[in-house]
Write a protein that binds this ligand. Structure first.
Ligand code: BES
Ligand code: MN
Ligand code: MN
Length: 462
């Protein structure tokens, strides 16, 4: 413990500087303008794994962005930990809302992070959290304490659905063989109260297009006489929830797992302040499905949200026009047992069925994935809990998250192993938002806690 802590203290400046360098490369996977930067980031990750002590590192080409694979096999008879992370980041826009440029990292204190936080796109999601693993590995190599084999699989397309990782995993099950998968790409309750993510939601992401007249029309000459695609789309979207904020798509809830009152009561014990939640978001009330608490609404219940909507004239001033087309991007967060392809199908059929005469509707599925739940009696969970308990002084609480890492369910199917989600981010770290940041405390605590996971995982596996 002493040694690990002193290694981190001794090298923390360098650990921070290396992460800062990685954060300077704008690896936005969604936008092809950044494609060279995404490739450069893969190269930087490769070099970092080599320097940290991998015996073998390669850049695996895919039909999209490459996967960086690295390994250190010390003894094939020992357990193997497979670390997964992603080096791609979300787009930074709206850039004008950042207090410092998204790819020029700065460190400054915040109320929650008095020791400072690194502000940059990807600081928490997921470059910072992924890099903790590289540095924890470096520590174990330097201190001669690596107790088992390690494999790293760091991809560049997580934020766009991990489409090519799926094929890579399917084709490389032998190479990726492991005893447990370890991921830091989620969060924890607070810096005083660690938690382990035991569930992720699934996802179905679609884009809809509503077409009315064959061209944009004068809204005086034609208004009121033809279907206005934007009016219609708004109405259709509004009808997808009823007065209780229940989703109205027939069959949508068919496979939703209903938790028992005991399980819900257990969940309700996790520390949570509705007042602080509202204050942090500047809202005077929360909103959601009737009969469920805020924490239930964003973890064990499925949702449907418009992520973007556009059409018509949105430039300066006014233009009197009825648009020919209106569009929206819609995400549905799913819970375990809801199959994302079935849900995509149900959505498509329903959305087309509610379109009135006078418009036509096209639904384009984007991507999706299944949800995930992991038991807390596994060796992996126990090892993670022991690790957190040692570095935070209190045991971790199991928490189901509202976010999605769709590839996790595929890992279980293809590689037949459990994933342990050891997240060190906080909800207030603003991932996907302007001013994303990652606490220095969290970064260093992660580097300190991860080696203990290895230690206890190997001990408990004996
Ligand atoms: N790291 C996040 C997911 C996450 C964050 C899970 C916090 C739990 C807590 C991941 O990078 C992400 O953003 N996933 C996407 C889905 C993906 C298919 C684009 C998401 O959840 O929107
Ligand atoms: Mn992520
Ligand atoms: Mn993300």
């Amino acid at each position: 413990m002493e040694n690990r802590n002193s290694y981190v203290q001794q090298h923390k400046e360098r650990f921070i500087n290396e992460l800062v360098e990685l954060l300077k490369i704008p690896s936005v996977s969604a936008d092809t303008a950044f494609s060279q930067d995404v490739l450069d980031t893969a190269e930087a990750v490769k070099i970092s794994l080599e320097k940290a002590g991998c015996d073998f590192v390669e850049i695996c080409e895919t039909a999209g962005y490459p996967i960086v694979y690295g390994e250190k096999i010390i003894d094939p008879s020992l357990p193997t930990v497979l670390v997964y992370g992603h080096y791609d980041v979300q787009p930074a826009d709206p850039v004008e809302l950042w207090t410092s440029p998204p790819f020029e990292p700065v460190i400054k204190p915040t109320a929650i992070h008095p020791d400072g936080a690194i502000f940059a796109r990807g600081a928490c999601d997921d470059k910072g959290q992924m890099y903790m693993h590289v540095k924890a590995f470096e520590y174990m190599i330097q201190s001669n304490t690596l107790p088992c084999n390690v494999k790293f699989m760091i991809e560049g397309e997580e934020e766009v659905g991990s489409v090519n990782l799926k094929t890579f995993v399917e084709n490389n099950t032998e190479k990726l063989k492991n005893d447990v998968i370890l991921i830091s790409d989620t969060g924890m309750i607070s810096n005083q109260q660690p938690s382990i993510t035991t569930g992720l939601r699934g996802l179905s992401y679609v884009e809809v297009e509503v077409t009315g007249p064959n061209r944009d029309l004068h809204s005086g000459l034609y208004g009121g006489a033809v279907a206005n695609p934007i009016n219609i789309l708004s109405k259709m979207i509004a009808s997808l929830h009823d007065e209780n904020n229940h989703i109205t798509i027939p069959g949508f809830y068919d496979n939703v797992e209903e938790l028992s009152l005991e399980e819900r009561a257990e969940m309700g014990k996790a520390p949570f302040s509705l007042e602080n939640y509202k204050k942090a978001l500047d809202i005077n009330d929360v909103y959601g499905e009737k009969g469920y608490t805020t924490n239930e609404r964003n973890s064990i219940r499925p949702t449907l949200d418009v992520n973007g909507i556009w059409g018509g004239y949105t430039g300066e001033g006014a233009k009197t026009v009825i648009a020919s087309k209106a569009y929206a991007k819609i995400s549905m967060r799913l819970v375990p047992n809801q199959d994302w392809e079935v849900i995509t199908d149900l959505f498509t059929k329903h959305f087309i069925s509610i379109a009135p005469a006078g418009v036509s509707v096209v639904v384009k599925p984007h991507h999706g994935g299944q949800g995930y739940v992991t038991p807390i009696d596994s060796i992996g969970y126990q090892a993670a809990n022991k690790a957190y308990t040692e570095t935070f002084g209190v045991p971790a609480i199991p928490v189901r998250s509202g976010g999605s890492i769709p590839i996790v369910a595929l890992f279980e199917k293809e590689l037949k192993s459990k994933t342990i989600l050891m997240g060190f981010g906080l909800d207030s770290d603003a991932i996907h938002s302007p001013n994303e940041h990652f606490g220095i405390f969290n970064y260093l605590k992660g580097i300190e806690t991860i080696p203990l996971f290895y230690k206890y995982f190997v001990e408990l596996s004996k």
